[in-house]
Write a protein that binds this ligand. Sequence first.
Ligand code: ADP
Length: 398
Amino acid sequence: MPSLPILVLNSGSSSIKFSLYEAGNGERVRLLEGAVDGIGTDLGKFWIKDAADKKLVDQTPAVPSRAVAFKLVADALKSGELPAPVAIGHRVVCGGPTVRENQRITPALIDEIESYSALAPLHTPIAVYIMREALRLFPGIPNFAVLDTYFHRTLPEVATRMPIPAEYAAMGVRRYGYHGISYESIIYQLQPNVPEKLIVAHLGNGASISAIRNGQCLDTSMGLTPSGGIISGTRTGDIDPGVLIFILKKIAEGTPNAAEAAEKLETVVSKKSGLLGVSELSNDMRDLREAIEAGNEKARLAVDKFCWTIARWIGSYVAELNGLDMLVFTGGIGENDIRSRAEICAGLGALGIVVDAKRNNVRGTAVISAANSPVTVRVIPPLEDLMIVNHVVRLLGE
Ligand code: ADP
């Protein structure tokens, strides 16, 4: 196979991340990576660095809009100084009930994905914009959608069906699950020794956890939207529905327009809750750890709640899997926050999960379980862009 430069585009609500891989002959070499951060501000950040970490671009431009942000990326990639991509892979968080397979992007597919924006409101609008712009600015190059929900296609109906009236289920209200590209990348890195009974905790700004049997997803904590499941940076996670009704009624007292009240409720659930809501300080684990050191009790409660929720979820997944061979931590907190890993696992000895304090004192790839721990506990960083490249190479060959 000839060498194939493949561009990966991965956008968030205020940033566009990208990387360029050389793929061919089974090899995957990352040539460069970059990002535009601070979309919507006068002082954005635009950087590109090569495989040796050398900065090729390092600027602080005004980035008033996503249009300006993506033009910076497209201009750099089309300047002729960097290898021209032969295909582009886009991370797509949710394709709703009908877009379930990774596939080539057409204008009709983008419209279909856009129609499900409500399922991932922080991610889909910018991804849709970038897919349209990529088709326009890179004419003739195939673009592919790689879905975060794809990994969860094996969920049994008992996990996907929500206990709601059938008319809403028929509208696509069900568990989709997210962070799927990260989970796939963990399985990929464990090959060929993928354990039969595996739990992976992806703990980043958004946090989720999955029970995986023989490499296939059996259950996952996020549901219809990425706000479900475990508490995360600014999101509630699963919550007594009565709480939402109570808050909605309170909001409605000052906001009689139902659509506006629903928007406000969405902001409470996905942007003002979680670690931020409980700590009243920050959604960022580093800030919370610093505050705890300084004796801040609300920060302590927020982090305790985070670790407690995850420990309970691990317990229920051990029951679902009927045992456990391996627990993997990944994501920014999973990889770097030594104390969260220790606190989550502290009370799980009866499940065979025993973390060794010395081994746990690391950031990045490691085995952190004690030598006599029945369950192996590992830290593995996700390789989401690499997984997207793998999907694109496969789809190019089809
Ligand atoms: P995203 O979901 O946006 O991709 P990340 O996976 O980058 O997020 O995770 C971000 C989280 O990781 C933040 O809460 C951040 O505080 C935490 N984090 C990153 N580095 C560290 C560190 N050295 N110690 C503790 N927490 C960290």
